[in-house]
Ligand binder design. Structure first.
Ligand code: PLP
Length: 480
């Protein structure tokens, strides 16, 4: 059963959500209205945003309570505040589930998001590889014991480290060392990309760059790469050049949890440290987590207050629920269905003559090259939105339109798979997308403006609504 609980607890859910919204309405009706309208909008839209999903009612309800009221800086059993016994229980259960789910010796569930998880990981690696050796060399126990000169040397060493990550236009993420992000300001970064002929990672070129650049960290993982990554090969390269190997599996954590990515393609088996979000393919609450080898555990545990604010205990509770859900056999079926759907969508598009980056997909996402339609990603994204199809524009390898307008549309199947849609529906969706792209004309001289026949947009939108009607979202929730 791939979809969310199809309503076995219908009355309980309706009562719980209705009570919550009425409590909010009594104080600020505009917020109650926005929450209600969001459910309506999500029910009506064909959500193909690759990084979004629908969390289960149990996950959502675990967040709305008084765990939020507690300060709990520190780690389980070692807090800077008294009275953390229940928060300790919550965090310990989340850690237990995360470790078992991913087969990891250590898990840290406090990061508030994927970006925060990456910051925790970078500073853990810097502490392990830069701070600890400096302290040893100066024969000091901790940073407060350093003289001003020693401290200046250590600070300068922090700022002089190298990172190798995937380039943005090949699908990497801003937090993998790009200048607009703090990671780009912290590290001297170099990128690896994809082979222009295949759209796949060029491991030979990556190895050469690593040998020449000698980075402290090699980052694997992506936001918009439609293929499996051979993490065993990346680890081999990292070992050869003495780099710490980190994987950001924010996008595909659900495929790792659901055992779709195993062996060489399972990052947890090969990386020194793995970061993730919990709200994308993993279908949990908005949040992050870090998994690590034992030698990095003490450094990761310093995440809060090093770079994180106090733990969001209510969200950690919801992470525990989501991890428990992901340990059920039904989640493995869900993860496999996500990929089956993504491949069906890719096949449907290619059969209709649409060009895809790397000519297909191995994971939950598909990257459409809209250049052959004469469109920018921005024009295509807006025309699809006019037609009730929610996607996002994305750069493609060597994108002639840059990171803002782009030439790509990224689509993904985690959310629609949670609603219960299958491969048959994916072909219909491929047809809707193709209809919109062929029916959209760019405005001369503009990368943003376009024309689409309103009747065509309306027709596609109605078809999308009809398609979704058979797959109700949160069927147990009735707010009327
Ligand atoms: N890492 C990757 C690979 C991502 O794709 C994203 C989000 O899109 C993030 C990190 C950031 O996650 P968050 O928005 O939870 O901070």
């Amino acid at each position: 059963m791939a979809r969310l609980d199809p309503g076995g607890t219908l009355n309980v859910e309706s009562t719980a959500f209705r009570a919550a919204i009425e409590a909010v309405r009594a104080v600020e009706p505009r917020i109650a209205d926005a929450i209600t309208k969001e459910l309506h909008d999500q029910r009506e839209s064909l959500k193909l945003i690759a990084s979004e999903n629908y969390a289960s009612p149990a996950v959502l309800l675990a967040m709305g309570n008084w765990l939020s009221d507690k300060y709990a800086e520190g780690t389980i059993g070692r807090r800077f505040y008294a009275g953390c016994q229940n928060v300790d229980t919550v965090e310990a259960v989340a850690v237990e589930h995360a470790r078992a789910l991913f087969g990891s010796p250590y898990a840290y569930v406090q990061p508030h998001s994927g970006i925060d998880a990456n910051l925790v990981a970078y500073w853990a690696i810097l502490a392990d590889r830069v701070e600890v050796p400096h302290l040893r060399r100066f024969e000091r126990r901790q940073v407060n014991d350093l003289t001003d000169t020693e401290w200046a040397q250590l600070r300068s060493a922090f700022g002089n480290q190298r990172m190798l990550g995937m380039s943005l236009d090949a699908g990497g993420h801003l937090t993998h060392g790009f200048r607009p992000n703090i990671s780009g300001k912290m590290f001297d970064q170099r990128s690896y990309g994809v082979d222009p002929a295949t759209g796949r990672i060029d491991y030979t070129a990556l190895r050469e760059t690593a040998r020449e650049f000698k980075p402290l960290i090699i980052v694997g993982g992506y936001s918009a790469y439609p293929r499996k990554v051979n993490f065993a090969a990346l680890r081999e390269i990292a070992d050869e050049v003495g780099a710490t190997f980190m994987v950001d599996m924010a996008h595909f954590a659900g495929l790792v949890a659901g055992k779709v990515f195993t062996g060489d393609f399972n990052p947890v088996a090969h990386a020194h440290i793995v970061t993730t979000t919990t709200h994308k393919s993993l279908r949990g609450p908005r949040g992050g987590a870090v998994l690590a080898q034992p030698e990095l555990a003490d450094q990761v545990d310093r995440g809060c207050p090093m770079v994180l604010g106090g733990p969001l205990n209510h969200v950690i509770a919801a992470k525990a629920v989501a991890f428990a859900e992901a340990r059920q056999p039904a989640f493995a079926a869900y993860a496999q269905q996500v990929v089956d759907n993504s491949q069906a969508l890719a096949d449907g598009l290619m059969r209709r003559g649409v060009r895809l980056v790397s000519d297909g997909t191995d994971n939950h996402l598909v990257l459409i090259d809209v250049h052959p339609f004469g469109l920018t990603g921005r024009q295509a994204e807006q025309a699809l939105l006019d037609s009730g199809v929610v996607t996002n524009r994305n750069a493609i390898p060597r994108d002639p339109n840059g990171a803002w307008y782009t030439s790509g549309i990224r689509i993904g199947t985690p959310a629609l798979t949670s609603r219960g849609l299958g491969v048959g529906e994916m072909d219909q969706i491929a047809d809707l997308i193709h209809t919109v792209l062929t029916g959209t004309t760019p405005t001369e001289g503009s990368k943003a403006k376009y024309q689409i026949d309103p009747a065509l947009a309306d027709r596609v939108s109605k078809q999308a609504t009809e398609l979704l009607a058979a797959f109700p979202l949160y069927p147990g929730v009735n707010l009327a």
